[in-house]
Design a protein around this ligand. Structure first.
Ligand code: GRF
Length: 192
């Protein structure tokens, strides 16, 4: 079974959806660990599902490169076939990418290349977009610029604020991410 390590930094609803989908056999992969760059609710969710977690804090490293290396080594301990960034709020730098770029994917709450970066939902609203969406893409050195693997549009409603729109996007993200991982597991999408 495909072994997946998830990297996240926040609430963890996408991570929880992956874990639950794996438990129900809907996800054709095993989530073997969840890692974060800061103490975050996502680690508590993983622990509640009896999964190993790891915390690799930038403050614990002298340089950014050493943090990247530390993260790469923490991931390596679980020997994953796939690394999934699901709301991981730090750029993955060269030392990490040297080890894991080939098998790392990210989910982003916009239809890339539109609205890259950490405020994609807010930016789509500010731009007056009538439609946005979510993208699963390969991770490269350039932020949110890797080859897309899947995209799904999500309508923007007139009374949307950042929170309501982001929650509607996340509903779609949870489904899309499982679909992409299942295609990778089935060899229908080949990463490396
Ligand atoms: C997702 O919308 C993801 O695309 C973005 O951060 C959000 C994470 O949501 N990068 P959650 O923490 O899994 O609820």
């Amino acid at each position: 079974m495909l072994k997946v390590v998830v990297l996240a930094s926040g609430t963890g609803s996408l991570t929880e959806a992956l874990i639950e989908a794996a438990e129900m056999g809907v996800l054709k992969a095993d989530v073997v660990a969840v890692g974060a760059d800061r103490p975050a609710p996502v680690l508590d969710i993983a622990a509640a599902h009896m999964l190993p977690t790891f915390l690799v804090r930038p403050a614990d490293y002298a340089t950014r490169g050493e943090w990247d290396q530390g993260l790469a080594e923490a991931v390596a301990a679980f020997e994953p076939d796939l690394v999934v960034s699901a709301g991981f709020m730090r750029l993955l730098g060269a030392p990490f990418l040297e080890c894991w770029q080939r098998v790392t994917i990210n989910t982003h709450p916009a239809l890339l290349p539109a609205f890259p970066g950490a405020h994609a939902v807010r930016d789509a609203l500010a731009a007056g977009a009538s439609e946005t969406g979510c993208t699963v893409h390969r991770v490269t050195a350039d932020m949110d610029a890797g080859p897309p693997l899947a995209q799904t549009p999500v309508p923007v409603l007139p009374d949307d604020d950042e929170s309501s729109l982001h929650e509607r996007i996340k509903v779609v993200e949870r489904i899309q991410l499982v679909e992409v991982i299942n295609k990778i597991a089935a060899g229908e999408v080949v990463l490396d």
